[in-house]
Design a protein around this ligand. Structure first.
Ligand code: ACM
Length: 534
């Protein structure tokens, strides 16, 4: 009853009893995994699980005939053996081991007696190397402790990339020592819009991570084999930065940190001083985030201000560019060069394809399959995150009972049906360009961790299966395993959405859904989808 479904799962004769006399042994390269596993299991058995021989032993080991993320887990009466191609594989084997225990094992409290595991043999490895979640901590700030909890929930589902959307019009969430106003000013807004188009709430909102907080988050994630990919979005989605440092913008009038949603007109100017400013920002970001991939955004940059700006028009002429689209590509290339010189790879949203793309750049394709197909065919690595399947800020049910309903309907079943390889790329050599996928937890309308739980789970579990498990789908089997999985989430305290609909306290009167919004979103998505074919 493991989620995501393993490649091979065989029930054997016998059982293993886990109790306070069980020991966990590991060779030195697996010391971290062993101590993590002891930390998870010790409170459950009500005693310290020690290294060395005990009445039953959980042995962790490496095998050089397995890929780094693959594992083999054997549970038998006389012991448990987890072998992986690398520490990550062993970690995933240990995650599967936890799922063989009763849901009470997911509580940080004694289960009140020995725990019995069924004898099994599991052989498993992921389908994709990039199994991610985008967490938007810019629109609504998520406190550090909740980020760490979310990392644990990702690890439980064998996900391995946390794409942190750290900056946007509505907030700048990472301390940059050289530019303190980015957080002194940019991390706070005076109020927020309720619903997508609703009235203002009149309540200040904000927060940011200090550099020490970021180091803690990155280290916590690394211990769980999760890479944190930072995103500093530019040249659009930058109003919070411009509010803090007006010289970055195109206007003479000051701006406030934005309080409403949707694509804004306020974007960076393209002066050398602005490029230098953001490269100085990235100097600090690269120190904090060892990730080989760094996201510079590049999405939804409206060109109105560049069209109206004599300085931008002069820049286009000087650089011999055709138009504002090429100006955006030129700007992204500057950051691609900067990152490449420092041994990192640029990730950008699919808009970076417009006007020509830097050769080593990775495209995060979000507008349906549009960008994924053209980027992969043009020889770029791709991460698929289509809003048509894996944007978990979109509503989960067809009725208007969803709290703060937004976007089109993406049910659990819709998510489970997602294939990270777009249909048009299947059996095409360019298919190999798809590194994997990531689901989006955009937070304009997710203003609390409870609501984040509601929007993320159990859709994250269905998503995890699409990126980890072999491509064949069996919805009935998934639902059955989910029946065993939901009590694990409940034991951790996750307030997931029941498939039957929101519980009474999960509804939110006063933020009604508007059928016309839904129709508008569907039309937008239909247009993107038909674009691929034209
Ligand atoms: C995006 O949803 N604007 C990447």
């Amino acid at each position: 009853m493991i989620v995501p479904k393993p490649v091979r799962y065989e029930i054997r004769q016998g059982r293993f009893v886990l109790d306070r006399d069980t020991s966990v042994t590991a060779s030195p390269p697996l010391g971290e995994v062993a101590s993590w596993l002891r930390g998870e299991l010790s409170p459950v058995v009500g005693g310290e699980l020690l290294p060395g021989p005990g009445s039953g032993t959980i042995t962790l080991g490496l095998r050089d005939d397995l890929p780094p993320e693959a594992y083999r887990l054997s549970v038998a009466g006389d012991g448990v053996v987890i072998e992986g191609g690398g520490p990550a594989g062993v970690f995933y084997g240990a995650q599967s081991l936890r799922q063989l225990l009763p849901p009470a094992a997911f509580r940080k409290a004694s289960a009140g007696g020995p725990l019995v595991l069924p004898a099994v043999l599991i052989e498993d490895e992921p389908r994709f190397g990039w199994r991610g979640c985008i967490l938007d901590v810019a629109r609504h700030f998520m406190v550090k402790q909740d980020v760490l909890r979310f990392i644990d929930l990702m690890a439980l589902h064998k996900l391995n990339v946390l794409h942190l959307h750290l900056t946007d019009d509505q907030g700048w969430r990472v301390e940059i020592k050289r530019y303190p106003r980015l957080t002194e000013v940019g991390a706070w807004r005076k109020e927020s819009q309720t619903g997508w188009n609703g009235p203002m709430d009149g309540r200040p909102h904000g927060g940011y991570y200090t550099q020490d907080d970021i180091r803690e988050i990155v280290a916590y994630a690394a211990r769980r084999h999760i890479t944190v990919v930072p995103e500093i979005d530019l040249p659009g989605h930058t109003q919070a930065a411009i509010a803090a440092y007006p010289e970055l913008g195109n206007l003479d009038t000051p701006l406030e940190v934005r309080t409403t949603w949707g694509v804004g007109v306020n974007v960076l100017n393209v002066e050398e001083s602005t490029i230098a400013f953001f490269q100085n920002v990235f100097d600090e970001v690269l120190e904090l985030f060892p990730s080989p991939y760094v996201c510079v955004g590049g999405d939804e940059c409206r060109k109105d201000q560049w069209r109206d700006s004599p300085a931008a028009r002069r820049r286009i002429r000087e650089l011999g560019l055709r138009d504002e689209e090429e100006l955006q590509s030129w700007l992204i290339r500057r950051f691609d060069d900067y990152l490449a010189e420092r041994g990192r790879r640029l990730v950008g949203w699919d808009e970076i394809l417009e006007g020509g793309l830097a050769p080593g750049a990775v495209v995060a394709s979000w507008r349906g399959d549009l960008g994924a197909v053209s980027a992969a065919r043009a020889g770029h690595d791709v991460i698929t995150c289509p809003n048509t399947s894996v944007y978990f800020d979109y509503r989960q049910g067809t009725g208007e009972e969803e709290p703060v309903p937004f976007g089109t309907v993406l049910t659990l079943e819709d998510v489970y049906a997602f294939d990270p390889i777009p249909g048009e790329l299947r059996d095409d050599p360019a298919e190999a360009r798809v590194l994997g996928s990531q689901c989006g937890l955009w937070s304009e309308l997710i203003d609390s961790n409870r609501h984040m739980d509601y929007m993320a789970f159990p859709r994250v579990a269905a998503f995890a299966e699409t990126v980890w498990s072999p491509p064949a789908r069996d919805l009935a089997d998934f639902r059955l395993r989910l029946t065993a999985h939901l009590p694990r989430l409940a034991a951790v305290g996750v307030e997931y959405r029941p498939e039957s609909g929101p519980l009474p306290w999960q509804t939110r009167p006063g933020v009604p859904g508007r059928p016309e919004d839904r129709a508008r979103w569907q039309a937008k998505i239909d247009a993107w989808t038909s674009n691929i074919r034209s």
